[in-house]
Design a protein around this ligand. Structure first.
Ligand code: SF4
Length: 245
């Protein structure tokens, strides 16, 4: 039985055929792409393309360096390391969580551990392998004891996420959980009322869909059926966005 089928069986929903992502992945941190460009025959690489890729790489590394030494808020004093984000820098789909947890703080990558494994299964169920999308959090540093982010911390950190979004220019954002959704949308509307509709985020008015955080689904497995409804909505909206491009 495939991983997708196992997930669907867990959810207790009908199996359907998955689609595949049509955009080629550009894996974080982009070293592979830079190496590929560097080793390609000169006649095959147009100089403007090389320059654009090089500029893109410089911008990403500058932002990463800025985040890794950031002391804009008090979370810099308690983190093990910043958790910048990971994935395809040309992704159609960008997934945004709340903040790093203990595992993420230790490993420096968002959505690892059991919640990360469930997120991977959820995404695979609608045809998206983890490397094909970009994953980040509202906050780059772990709040002590996994407490909720303070408004001042979000205000300090959100510009980093906005810069990532500006560089990736995804077609669709998915906010995982109430805290991420409410902070991104600057609202206190409950998650249940934020699900099932397309919101807009940022200067580009990027479409944004809200669904459950996988850590919540691990605690509340009876909600998995609702998460499946959300996943199908995400799949349909992404297909619609691609068709309109
Ligand atoms: S949470 Fe964000 S703003 Fe605060 S120290 Fe970490 S990177 Fe800087």
């Amino acid at each position: 039985m495939s991983v997708r089928e196992q997930y669907l069986e867990t959810l207790g929903v009908d199996v359907w055929k998955a689609r595949t992502d049509s955009r080629p992945p550009l894996a974080e941190p982009g070293v592979a792409m830079a190496a590929a460009v560097a080793s390609a025959p000169a006649a095959l690489v147009a100089p403007p393309a090389v320059a654009a890729i090089a500029a893109d790489e410089v911008a990403w590394e500058a932002l990463r360096a800025q985040v890794s030494t950031c002391t804009r808020c008090e979370l810099s004093q308690t983190r093990t390391q910043t958790v910048f984000g990971v994935g395809n820098r040309r992704a159609d789909l960008m997934v945004i969580g709340e903040a790093p947890g203990a595992d993420e703080d230790r490993q420096g990558e968002p959505f690892v551990g059991r919640a990360g494994q469930l997120l991977n299964s959820m995404l695979r169920a609608i045809g998206y392998a983890r490397p094909t999308l970009y994953i980040a959090n509202v906050l780059k540093c772990r709040p002590p004891g996994n407490r909720e982010p303070k408004p001042g911390e979000v205000a300090c950190c959100l510009p980093y996420l906005q810069q990532q979004l500006d560089m990736i220019q995804p077609r669709l954002l998915v906010a995982l959980g109430r805290v991420a959704a409410q902070n991104l949308l600057a609202t206190d509307v409950p998650l249940a009322r934020l699900r099932g509709q397309v919101h807009r985020f940022g200067a580009r008015a990027t479409p944004l869909i809200v669904t459950y955080h996988p850590a919540y689904l691990l605690r509340s497995p009876t909600e998995k059926r609702k998460s499946w409804v959300d996943l199908k909505f995400i799949r349909a909206e992404l297909a619609r966005a691609r068709a309109g491009a």
